[in-house]
Every structure is written in C-alpha cells, then in structure tokens.
Ligand binder design. Sequence first.
Ligand code: AMP
Length: 588
Amino acid sequence: MRPNLHIFMTTTFTESGLRPELLSAIQEMGFEQPTPIQAKTIPFLLSSEQDLIGLAQTGTGKTAAFGLPALHLTEIENKQTQTLILCPTRELCLQIAKDLNDFARHLKKINVVAVYGGASIETQIRDLNRGAQIVVGTPGRTRDLINRKRLKPNHIKRLILDEADEMLTMGFKEELDAILENTPDTKQTLLFSATMSREISRITSTYMNNPEQISVSGRNTAADNVTHLYYMVQAKDRYEVIKRIADINPDVYGIVFCRTRQEAKDVARKLMTDDYNADALHGDLSQAQRDEVMARFRTRQLQLLVATDVAARGIDVNDLTHVINYNLPDDPEVYVHRSGRTGRAGKNGISIAIIHSRESRKIREIERISGLKFKKENVPSGRDICSAQLLSLIDRLDKVQVDEKEIGPFLPDIYEKLEHMSREDLIKNFVSAEFNRFLEYYRNARDINVLASKRGDERERPARKERRGGDSGFSRLYINIGSTHNVTPARLIGVVNEALRSNNADIGKIEIMKKFSFFDIEDKLDDKLIRELQGKKFDGTPILVEKAARKDDHRSGGGGASRGGASRGGATGAPRKRRAPGEKRKRR
Ligand code: AMP
C-alpha cells in the first residue's frame, strides 16, 4: 500500500527541496516563483510514490511541474531508463525534451532522449544505447522501440502521460496498452490532462492506482489575461472576418484554428493568395515542412498560423496576440485549450470566435462549462480598418530609421522638386501614395454582422434580407407550401432542420408566397435536403422541393469583393510595403 500523503504547497523553489543544480538552472531561466501547478506537484512528487492526476493546461508550467521532480529523483550513475514520458505529438515531445535538458544543464550525466516518428530510428537507437535515464516519446515510436528491444521500460520508476486526453483522441489507446504491459507494476504513474473527460476517467481507472488529484484552481491563471470575443456573421463570411481581423491589427501574431485539415489548407491558401503573411500547419505536411513552418512562426516571420488542433499541440509560443476560432470546436474544453495559447507569460491576449447565427448556443455552452465570459463585438467596418491602418502607417513614418548616408545624395534634387508644396500637402500626398489602394479596397465594404434575434438565438437574421437569390455559396429552392398552408419563416426553417437533423444549415433569404415559397440554402446541402424531404408531409400536404431558377445577382460590392488591399509585410517588424497592382507577389 502506498501512503496517501497530505498535499502541501511550496511558495518558493528554494524551499521545495529540489537539488541545487536544478535551482540554479531555473533561476538562470528566469523562473522566480513556482506556478500554482508546480507549487502543488513538486513537493508531492518529491515525497510520495502515489499515482497522480494533474489537471492543467498548456501554459501553466506543467512540464516543469513533472520534469523537475523527475530530474531530481534520477539516479545519475544508473544508466537504465528510469522515467518514461509519453505525449501525443513530435512537437510536444521535442519541447518537453528541450525543457528537461534546459533544467538539467548543470546535471551533466543525465541523458534525456526524445523518440518520435518521422525521424531516423537508427539515430534514436544510438542515443538510447548511450544510456537514457529519461525518455520522452510519442506512443507509436516508443512501442516500436520497445518491440525492437532497444528501449527497455521494465525498470522504470515513473511513467508520465502528458496530454493524455489528446493521446486517446488521436487513437493511441492500443499503443498505450502495449507500452504499459512492458512496465513494472511498482512504477508511479502521473497523468496530466487539460480536462477530466470521460476518456480520462476511463484511463485513470485502467492504468492508475488510487491516484491523488491536483488541479490548478480557476483553470489556467493565464486565462485571466484573455479577452473572449465573438463575431456573428453568415457562414460564408467567415473568411472575410479573418481578413478584417488581420487588417485592423497590423501586428497580429496568432493562430487561426480550423476543424479539419482541408479547412486549414483552404483558409491558409486563400490568405496567402490574398497576400497575407500566413501559412498552414496540419497533419498532411511532411515533418520537414512542419518544422519549416514552425520555425518561421516562432521567429515571427509568419504572423498567422492556420492550424488544426492536433497539429497545434505542443506549440509553445508565449506572446501570441490572438487566437482565432475560424470554426468553434464541438467540445467546449477544446475552446478553452485553444484560447489558453494566448494571454501567456503575463501578456494580454484576445481569443475570437467567428460564429454563424445559430451557434450562439455553442458560446453559451462554453460559458457554462468553463466559467469564461464572452463579449459580442461587431466585425470591424471598412472605416475602422482604414483608420487603424492609417495610424499604423503614421506610427511607422514617425519611427522609421533614416539612413542619412544612403539617402543624403538624393535629397537636394528631391527638396527642389517638392519646393512648391506646403507641409500639409506634403503629408497628405505621402500618406495617400501609401494608402490609396487600401482606402479603395474598403470603400464599399459591406456590414457583415448578423444580429441575433430578441429571443437570443438566431432565427431572425437581418443580413438575410440583403441577400439576393444567386448568392455564391447558396442554392435557391422552390417548395410547394406557402401562406395558405400556414407556413412562416420559422416553420420553414423547422422543416429544413428536421429534415437535415441539424440546426447548423445556413439558410438565406426566405420568400413565402400564397401557395408556395422560395428559400436559399448553402449549396452543399441542397441535394441532401431535396432527398431528405422526399415523401415528407407538412400538416398533411405532401412536400415537393426542387431547385429554382436563379434571379440576377446585384449584390453590392464590398470588403470581400475584390482584392487590392493591404499587403502584409513580412518579417520581424520590417516596414510593410504594399504590393503595387501588377507587381509580382513575393513568395517565400
Ligand atoms: P508549460 O505549461 O510547461 O508549457 O510552460 C509554459 C511556459 O511557462 C514555458 O515557456 C515555461 O518555460 C514557462 N514557465 C514554466 N514555469 C515557470 C515559472 N515558474 N516561472 C516563469 N516561467 C515559467
């Protein structure tokens, strides 16, 4: 039986009892005080062999919370593997190994080896052969190395499952089972997870023995620094919102979260085509491509990383200004996780959800589960954006470094040429030369906000009125029921939702006539809806639905109509220069 020790907290690293070599390393790294999860976990692990569940998100300092005790407890002269850390992705694996090596910089004889797929197994085997007291691995590669008898976990003292929920979501259950079979019963098992989901409860009961639970109260303390906003638009305007966010925040540095690889690819491709400083990170990229994208993002050569949740795991960047939810995840906890990527290390951050009119329910669900509060904001108008860009331009002008030596020889001619202009005209002309195309782009920008109805959700959508049949992305359908059948827009929407067994279909303009009606529906759903409604009745009337002929489309122009606007300058605060029309777009 293991003792069930009372958990005490340490308020300083010095009193935690960690070895002096570790204390000097973390002091050099600038860690002054333990974070809440460290304050609870470090003393516990130094004094107990009881299993432990740590509920903490990325960004709370959990790597040091388990890493420092693991290093402290390592028997340096013993070359066997004593700690095995499993985590879901290569990125996280490398990050943990790097953190541990940083902590161990004064403990020369400790070897930390990272093993993960997509890299030479031979090199990893050579590293293991040198004697790795701590191994950090992804489940697939770890199992492979155990099967080849290159990694021997039969003497480990502790097993650490980091981001355990994610390992299960990614389908590593079989690998985990196989790895665990090869580990001794006497080991201490530590499990870290952002959430206590049903899956986690399942693995704690399978893999753990009377675990103690530690959680960071009030979630991630960093979350206090995050403002949560949402914009409500039609589904087809999601992309336009990303552009406006980037345009009103010229120094944006953030992650755009997408639900699928395809979505991440599409959004990133569009942003790059429109000359934004963006790229994609998803599972279809080769490891080398992912490393390259991440390196550019870390060094801020990339401002917007368009990523799936899985690919974004393990990204450890502290000063993101924005997290943008291109689509909300189904699981509210995933939203909490995403938003925790910003507002870290004492900085403020903004997490934005782009939702369509029927997703306010999801916002409320996140608020309920997490205790976070969202603020509904209007998508910036063209005028707001122009004003922000103009200020940023003036700021750059004010701060520009003038190279007197280089520019000096040209100045006399320039002064002579501009002699006739007043100071005011000069400023006006310089600013306009830089800014005119931008103004042009946003001159007729549409208001893309959609208002929720008074009932607090959804049905009435003023923007629908603006829509003409033939909107791109929408199909116009005819249905043989109208006002004489007591059809109302709400009842019609009900018919559609019921047939599609979903509340998420984007429905556009509805025209109720006497004996029939027309309505717009997002075009990827039209065939399905026609199929589903076949044979159905409305108050006893057999329903007939078919595609209607399109009317002419006279949509007013607007922000998303044509490009020619803001170029996103490249790296590291270099002045942004807009691409002139016809000028070739710079590719990386
Ligand atoms: P993690 O949650 O382990 O990914 O850590 C998030 C970030 O916080 C990393 O950049 C750590 O280096 C940093 N960090 C962890 N613990 C501390 C601490 N006690 N003081 C300052 N920074 C820390």
